[in-house]
Design a protein around this ligand. Structure first.
Ligand SMILES: Cc1cc2nc3c(=O)[nH]c(=O)nc-3n(C[C@H](O)[C@H](O)[C@H](O)COP(=O)(O)OP(=O)(O)OC[C@H]3O[C@@H](n4cnc5c(N)ncnc54)[C@H](O)[C@@H]3O)c2cc1C
Length: 393
């Protein structure tokens, strides 16, 4: 079977809805992924290795903090940023996760809640990929309900002392800086964000091993034992659980685009394979109605997912997006991508389980993507709360 090369997926002239600049950003990102990530990703996935060598080239293309303005950032529109995320996740959800965390979960909170000094210190270096970040919200006992967090900060003189544990933290052991969310004892346990340099005494990060998913991304546990940070490391604009949730909204938006990318990769691979693979009377399997039904389902759902996330992106660019819009796009597009991965794996038969093809890797990655940044079911409850006015968490 000859190697299958991605040809793009556009059933209803979706490209005509994009501006020239948006198409250019998408095409540049696509070419970068084809040339740099696709050739190495299966080896990285097998080895459980994050391709750190791509950090600098991704920085040079403006991928980090892409939608932020100033501080060396690219100042892309939200739709352009989304198209970058789509192409990254077409390559691999783990590499997209790394960029999401760096951009939406570390640079965004510094940009939004940080002092000018914090912005000057971190944003240009993070944009260049010289400094890497992680985001510590989840704890061993608190995932979907982060408000229950046990991590505490106590103000002592002109310092804060942090104690607690964070779990499932992307990029934890490669980060220079951690955005840590903690309840401040001297402020009635209000949740606030802290910038914690990872070389501070008492800070420890250890990798999670044995993952079957996002193997090309680093996932870690963080431990903070009497970690002292100066008061200038508090993110002054942060206050309440709303602050980390604002960060998650940024990341979820990118994931909604990413789902389209992973689905495109699986669909295009299955389509090309089905035209080459012959079974019964020397006919391509694509000639069988049951195979066509799977391909038709995939292209229909991908097309709906593209339109959904483009509209959410347009609303975001017009400053009119609501968090429930982003929840719908994340929930739908990740579910859709996972279903496409399962159908595409089926079309490839036995070959579908091998890493000669990207499908099984996408499928395993998408299981994490379905769970993180608000699980599929939590987004259902967010949509339910929005339409009924009643919280059912
Ligand atoms: C690879 C990976 C990387 C991650 N990276 C980060 C990171 O960088 N930073 C970070 O802070 N976190 C990160 N996370 C953590 C992630 O955000 C959490 O796993 C997620 O929020 C779910 O929490 P949980 O795993 O504790 O599941 P739980 O909250 O225990 O949920 C388990 C199940 O119960 C369901 N459930 C829970 N409550 C309800 C309810 N009220 N009603 C109905 N169903 C409910 C959930 O939908 C789910 O199906 C990462 C996770 C993974 C897997």
């Amino acid at each position: 079977m000859p190697a299958i090369k991605f040809r793009g997926v556009d059933f209803i002239q979706f490209d005509s809805l994009l501006s020239d600049e948006e198409r250019m950003v998408r095409d540049t990102s696509r070419q970068f992924i084809e040339d740099n990530l696709v050739p190495i990703i299966e080896e990285c996935n097998r080895a459980g290795r994050f391709p750190k060598e791509l950090v600098k080239p991704m920085a040079d293309l403006g991928f980090f903090g892409a939608s932020l303005k100033g501080y060396g950032c690219a100042g892309m529109s939200n739709v352009e940023y989304g198209l970058v995320m789509q192409e990254l996740e077409r390559g691999d959800s783990g590499v997209r996760s790394f960029v999401s965390v760096q951009s939406a979960l570390v640079m965004y909170p510094i940009y939004t809640f940080g002092s000018e000094e914090q912005k000057q210190q971190w944003l240009p270096a993070m944009q260049k990929g010289e400094k890497l970040g992680c985001f510590g919200l989840t704890e061993p006992g608190f995932g979907s309900n982060p408000g229950g967090m046990l991590t505490r900060a106590r103000k002592v003189g002109n310092e804060y002392v942090l104690n607690g544990e964070k779990m499932w933290i992307t990029s934890g052991t490669i980060a220079d800086i951690a955005v840590v969310w903690a309840k401040v004892e001297n402020e009635d346990d209000r949740v606030r964000g802290f910038l914690v340099e990872t070389d501070r005494p008492g800070f420890r990060a250890d990798d999670v091993h044995g993952k079957w998913s996002l193997r090309a991304s680093v996932t870690s546990g963080l431990s903070l034992q009497d970690v002292h940070v100066p008061e200038k490391n508090l993110l002054p604009g942060s206050g309440g659980l709303k602050s980390p949730l604002m960060c998650l909204n940024q990341a979820r938006y990118g994931i909604a685009w990413g789902g389209v990318g992973a689905a495109m990769s699986c669909y295009d691979c299955a389509l090309q394979y089905s035209l080459l693979r012959k079974q019964f009377r020397d006919q391509p399997i694509a000639s069988h109605q049951l195979v066509q039904e799977k391909l038709a389902w995939m292209i229909s759902e991908i097309t709906k997912g593209q339109l959904l996330v483009l509209q959410v992106g347009r609303l975001k660019d017009a400053d009119k997006v609501e968090h429930q819009h982003i929840s719908m796009a994340k929930k739908n597009n990740v579910w859709m991508a996972l279903e496409c991965a399962r159908l595409a794996r089926d079309i490839l038969g036995a070959n579908g389980i091998a890493d000669d093809y990207p499908i099984m890797r996408h499928m395993m990655n998408l299981e994490s993507v379905k769970t993180y940044e608000g699980t599929h079911d939590i987004h259902t409850l967010i949509i339910g709360s929005s339409v009924t006015g009643i919280d059912a968490f």
